[in-house]
Design a protein around this ligand. Structure first.
Ligand SMILES: [Zn+2]
Length: 310
């Protein structure tokens, strides 16, 4: 520490103290281009006046009260790298030589507001985490995680202001939450597809099997909206669509074979035509099912001939 200014001992009246101080400070600011930290005395007056003079010493001018006097030599105007910065609240931007800042670098008013805000948000985050972890319902898990995200994002603003709020930090908790949320959504789809296809395989009719599989498609569509990158769900969608495609075609062919077996050529022809129509209008490119299409066309031709020969 290095005294910036030491004047000759002089006495000042209360009224002139501030004028003098402002002048000294102004000159010092002008000289250093920086702000100045004042050392506070134990015996301060209100408003606080910097004072290092020992009032218990003999030369303390008690007899000169009520006019307050200051020994300017005793005013500790010190300059250090650390003390040079004028205190400024990180939140509201208020600054001043006499502004006391909390450990978060906030003025008293802002500290109270931020402390309450942080306390409430941390409470919500912790209780939501508990509910999300304990719930088996995907919907509940996701809605709680979204609530956590909202409050963590608010805490992230404090993190950017270097105000510590929660441990691990909001940014790392947010990253973790994003990963967990993604995994939960994908796992939910996997479970829904497994359940639907298991039920479909034991279904009494192809139609009820397809109904089960369609439920899985709905779950996939819902999950796609929840993900930043829905393409990770494409394999699940393909698996279910392949099942539905195969089952639909099989049900037409099955009806055709049954009618043929019973000697009902007209009904068989109708079912084969259904199957052909299905293949021609499905989402799969016809070039990938040329053999199946050709076989069906041949079968249809045979049956037509059979019927016209009668
Ligand atoms: Zn403030």
């Amino acid at each position: 520490m290095m005294p910036l200014l030491c004047s000759e001992p002089q006495w000042y009246t209360y009224d002139s103290i501030y004028t003098t101080l402002s002048t000294i400070l102004y000159l010092s600011f002008a000289r250093t281009g920086e702000s100045i930290a004042l050392r506070y005395p134990r015996y301060s007056v209100d408003p606080p006046v910097p004072l290092l003079h020992d009032p218990s010493s003999d030369d303390w001018p008690h007899e000169r009260q009520p006019l307050l006097h200051l020994h300017v030599l005793g005013i500790g105007l010190y300059s250090t790298a650390e003390e040079h910065k004028m205190a400024q609240c990180k939140r509201c931007g208020k600054k001043g030589l006499f502004l006391a800042l909390s450990e978060w670098g906030l003025c008293k008013e802002c500290h109270v507001v931020v402390a309450l805000d942080v306390q409430e948000r941390v409470r919500i985050i912790k209780s939501s985490a508990k509910v999300a972890e304990g719930s088996k319902k995907l919907e509940t898990k996701l809605s709680r995680m979204d609530l956590m995200k909202e409050h963590l994002e608010a805490l992230l603003e404090y993190e950017r202001m270097e105000i510590s709020t929660i441990n691990p930090s909001p940014s790392s908790l947010l990253a973790e939450l994003r990963r967990d949320r993604h995994n939960i959504v994908v796992q939910g789809v996997e479970d829904a597809v497994d359940t639907a296809l298991t039920k479909a395989q034991v279904a009494a009719t192809p139609k009820s099997g397809i109904t089960q599989a369609s439920k899985a498609l709905l779950s996939i569509s819902d999950a796609e909206k929840e993900l930043d990158d829905p393409s990770v769900l494409a394999p699940y969608r393909e698996k279910v669509e392949a099942y539905i495609h195969r089952t639909t075609l099989d049900s037409h062919l099955d009806a055709a074979h049954k009618a043929e077996f019973k000697g009902n050529a007209k009904k068989a022809l109708d079912a084969y035509q259904e199957a052909l129509y299905f293949l021609r209008t499905d989402s799969i490119d016809d070039s990938q099912q040329t053999q199946q299409i050709a076989d069906l066309e041949e079968k249809i031709e045979q049956l037509r001939k059979q019927l016209s020969d009668k």
